[in-house]
Design a protein around this ligand. Structure first.
Ligand SMILES: Cc1cc2nc3c(=O)[nH]c(=O)nc-3n(C[C@H](O)[C@H](O)[C@H](O)COP(=O)(O)O)c2cc1C
Ligand SMILES: [Fe+2]
Ligand SMILES: [Fe+2]
Length: 405
């Protein structure tokens, strides 16, 4: 039996779901699995666009064999060499030894580094002038370097107007039967996972995403086929996913609101964070988010930074330095190039000066286009009635409202 899924009459999805992977790229906690999408074009000549993760290799190879109905495979298009797609590339290339491998010069080097085999005779270099003619379908190649690896290429099929966008527009979360975004409640079902994928994997490369979007804007696109998650085929869905990406790529917040991240040992800093959240709510701030960094993974917390305009960091001093989880969280800010955010700081120490506050401030000062709102608040062990949290709540709430005006 085969899970036959058509994108169009001649283009098939031949991917699969991974329900059990707990951490994507060994790091990002995922709770709803992930799909690896590959696509097959059935024409006078046949082509497969990207392979899949080894976890679903057998079902992928079996589906491809079924769709080929005894014909040979003419082309293997490799748009992305990350092993969640190219893990099964060698097996694919060996199973269909006549297939040419169409990929960028950079990806060709990666093929030899990953597999240590000589496939030179089989490569066709996919530059932006190349057209692969399959008969009815004609493939063009658009370079999208650093979205999010250097070799990344989009393939555009001109007859049915399909953009194969590599990881761009991809999301965590398995496919639930239908492969189309318009067959599900995408915002409910996938938006948090789309945000998590973008924040943790793509957000560092906003400038490169904007360049790729500019190139894509010149194409007449009916279908957006990413390597993870649903296919976008309605105008509404295409506009939604492209405008969401454009917003994130420019580090434009989705919401004028506040996320408060705290790291506490005995609960005093946690209580201060909760009291601050209550004070902000009382001052009319909506859609507040409180995140305990010590009980959630930082990759789970990080998408909220992409979402909110205002961030509060509340972290304790430990062993004369900053709590290690808050430290790692702020290192992630630097790594992914967090920009255009307004950030307030609350430190806590029991016998030292405000060491955690000072370190958080220094880390935030290194971020581009980020503004520190208010002086770092210093809690000595437990919150006192010095009115500092009220002052901070006044400052943040009026700043949020000023942004809404
Ligand atoms: C392992 C550990 C190490 C700590 N090291 C320091 C320190 O070097 N200097 C200091 O002033 N406080 C230190 N503290 C105290 C914390 O800053 C303390 O937990 C905080 O003042 C109370 O806030 P909390 O209830 O949110 O944890 C340490 C606490 C822990 C648990
Ligand atoms: Fe990737
Ligand atoms: Fe991927």
């Amino acid at each position: 039996m085969h899970n036959e899924q058509k994108v169009t009459d001649h283009i098939y999805w031949i991917g699969g779901n991974d329900f059990i992977l707990p951490r994507f790229e060994g790091l990002i906690h995922i709770s709803r699995g992930v799909s690896y999408n590959s696509y097959f074009i059935d024409d006078e000549k046949t082509a497969v666009l990207d392979a899949v993760d080894n976890s679903i290799r057998d079902v992928f190879m079996d589906d491809l064999k079924f769709l080929l109905k005894g014909r040979k495979l003419d082309y293997i298009i490799v748009n992305h060499m990350e092993p969640d797609h190219s893990g099964s590339l060698l097996a694919l290339a060996e199973a269909w030894p006549e297939a040419k491998i169409v990929t960028s010069a950079q990806a060709q080097k990666m093929v030899s580094n990953y597999f240590h085999v000589d496939l030179k005779d089989r490569f066709i270099t996919s530059d932006e002038k190349l057209v692969i003619d399959l008969g009815m379908h004609k493939l063009h190649f658009v370079k999208a370097p650093m979205v999010h690896w250097p070799e990344v290429t989009f393939t555009y099929e001109e007859t049915e107007k399909v953009l194969f966008s590599a990881d761009a527009f991809g999301t965590f979360g398995v496919l639930n039967g239908s492969i189309f975004a318009d067959d599900v409640d995408y915002k409910e079902e996938y938006l948090p996972d789309l945000r998590k994928y973008y924040a943790n994997i793509v957000s560092r490369y906003g400038a490169q995403v904007l360049m790729a979007l500019k190139k894509a804007a010149k194409l007449d696109i009916r279908y957006i086929c990413s390597l993870h998650g649903p296919v976008h085929r309605t105008e509404e869905d295409r506009n939604m996913i492209i405008s969401t990406y454009a917003k994130w790529a420019a580090w434009t917040p989705e919401e004028n609101s506040v996320a408060i991240f705290f790291a506490s040992a005995y609960g005093n800093t946690s209580l201060a964070a909760q009291i601050l959240a209550g004070k902000l709510a009382a001052r009319g701030v909506k859609h507040l988010k409180l995140v305990d960094l010590c009980s959630e993974s930082i990759t789970e917390a990080f998408p909220e930074v992409l979402r909110k305009s205002h961030i509060v960091l509340a972290g304790i001093t430990m062993n004369m330095t900053l709590n290690p989880v808050m430290n790692a969280f702020l290192d992630l800010f630097e790594e992914m190039g967090v920009s255009n955010r307004t950030i307030s700081i609350i430190g806590n120490s029991s016998w030292a000066p405000n060491v955690s506050g000072k370190i958080m401030k220094e880390k935030v000062e290194k971020l581009k286009k980020c503004r520190i709102l208010g002086e770092p608040v210093h809690i000595v062990s437990a919150l006192s009635d010095d009115g500092k949290l009220d002052e901070l709540a006044d400052l943040i709430s009026s700043d949020v409202k000023a942004g809404q005006a």
